[in-house]
Design a protein around this ligand. Structure first.
Ligand code: UDP
Length: 383
């Protein structure tokens, strides 16, 4: 549909928001809500279906509706096939809807392929969570390359921190195309914390582990699959077996590689293996944890607001700010994980909330304001 000429605003900016995975749903929901509340914009939400099971509950939770549900997943398909399907299916949506701008977030195959599809159609791309870099194309794989690709095709870059903005400027992105907005994951997290809802499932889990030091675990990254993931889970198994005051809770990603590795923890006393939790329950669990052990990116951005110590199950991090808070340590190997867990147990590590370097809860508002400015309109006031 073309912009409505009778609209009191200069333009109604048709904004396709692309998402496909759990972190995209969490991080883009505050942006979609802010766009919907800004009369100058008309958000159109397109989900690739990259993580349908994981995504649907999140979307519903934030009150966001999907306008176009694509269906790009096939069991066991290669990354190339997935990329090709996202590219082709987004091309069809962009061709039919002809938006003024496409918003993508982060570093997924959905983000990279949708951005390329928009670029080919000469639709400008705005990138949320821009400028993260490890400088190692293999870690995280393929995300480091996905986000570099998006940076090359995007016109506007919304960075969570000034160091992410500097990464982009160093690569030649014009500084007036980069805005430091914070990461909208902090907006989402603050919304959840202010509601403090707890499902019966989480209440049961917390009662069953009351009085124990809860180690909450998530691991699902492609570069962790196989022996590395199993070695970390074996280290956790030894730790819980040797410390009767410890419980391990592992909300398992549905990826078959994760489920297979989790067999290492099957039947071990004081270990809870669960399906993924909804966002509200997961944050509720993190807040009640003694330590988090995770290879997730989003969890690194959430931990500072909760103040819970984090062991990062990775060789490197594109979020060095979390290391600067002193709250998190990298654990490249399972031996590092064991050493860190033992040290924390010995020194009785405790939660201590710190300022969150990734945002202050107003990122979505800044992103919408920056986008409105780029189109020469006010986000909310008739021109
Ligand atoms: N998360 C969740 N339920 C779970 C596990 C994770 O809601 O059972 C949330 C978590 O709080 C974070 C996001 O999912 O915001 C992270 O997603 P994931 O680890 O899949 O991706 P990454 O952040 O590594 O890209």
């Amino acid at each position: 549909m073309p912009a409505d000429a009778s609209n009191p605003y200069k333009r109604l900016i048709r904004t396709v928001v692309a998402l496909g995975t759990r972190p995209e749903a969490i991080k883009l929901s505050p942006v979609i809500t802010a766009l919907a509340n800004a009369p100058a914009f008309r958000p159109i939400v397109v989900s690739s279906g990259q993580h349908t099971d994981l995504l649907t509950p999140f979307i519903a939770h934030f009150g966001v509706t999907v306008d176009h549900q694509l269906n790009v997943m096939e069991p066991g398909q290669s990354l190339n096939r997935l990329f090709a399907r996202v590219l082709t299916e987004f091309d069809a949506v962009l061709g039919a809807d002809v938006p003024d701008v496409l918003i993508v977030q982060g570093d997924t195959t959905t983000a990279a392929a949708a951005a390329l599809a928009a670029f080919h159609r000469r639709i400008p791309v705005a990138h949320v969570e821009a400028g993260l870099r490890t400088e190692d194309p293999d870690n995280p794989f393929p995300e480091e390359m996905n986000r570099r690709l998006v940076s090359r095709v995007a016109r506007w870059h919304y960075a969570a921190t000034s160091s992410h903005a500097e990464n982009l400027i160093r690569e030649g992105v014009p500084s007036d195309a980069v805005v430091v907005t914070g990461n909208p994951v902090v907006d989402a997290l603050q919304g959840i914390l202010s509601r403090r809802e707890q499902s019966p499932e989480l209440s049961r889990l917390l009662s069953a582990t009351a009085g124990l030091r809860r180690v909450t675990v998530t691991t699902h990254r492609r570069e962790s699959f196989g022996e590395r993931m199993e070695a970390n889970l074996r280290a956790l198994r030894r730790f819980v077996e040797e410390h009767p005051d410890v419980a391990v809770i592992f909300p398992m990603h549905p990826n078959p590689a994760v489920r297979a590795a989790a067999g290492v923890l099957n039947g071990v006393e004081r270990v809870w293996l669960t399906d993924p939790l909804d966002y509200s329950d997961f944050i509720g669990l993190l807040a009640e944890s003694w330590v988090i052990a995770s290879d997730s990116g989003g969890v690194q951005e959430e931990a500072p607001s909760l103040g819970v110590p984090l062991l990062i199950l990775r060789e490197n991090t594109e979020r060095p700010e979390i290391l600067d808070t002193g709250l998190a340590k990298l654990c490249p190997t399972s031996d590092d994980l064991t050493v860190m867990l033992e040290e924390m147990h010995r020194t009785d590590a405790a939660a201590r909330p710190t300022d969150n370097p990734f945002g202050d809860g107003r990122a979505a508002e800044r992103i919408v304001a920056a986008l409105a400015a780029a189109f020469g309109v006010s986000a909310g006031v008739p021109a």
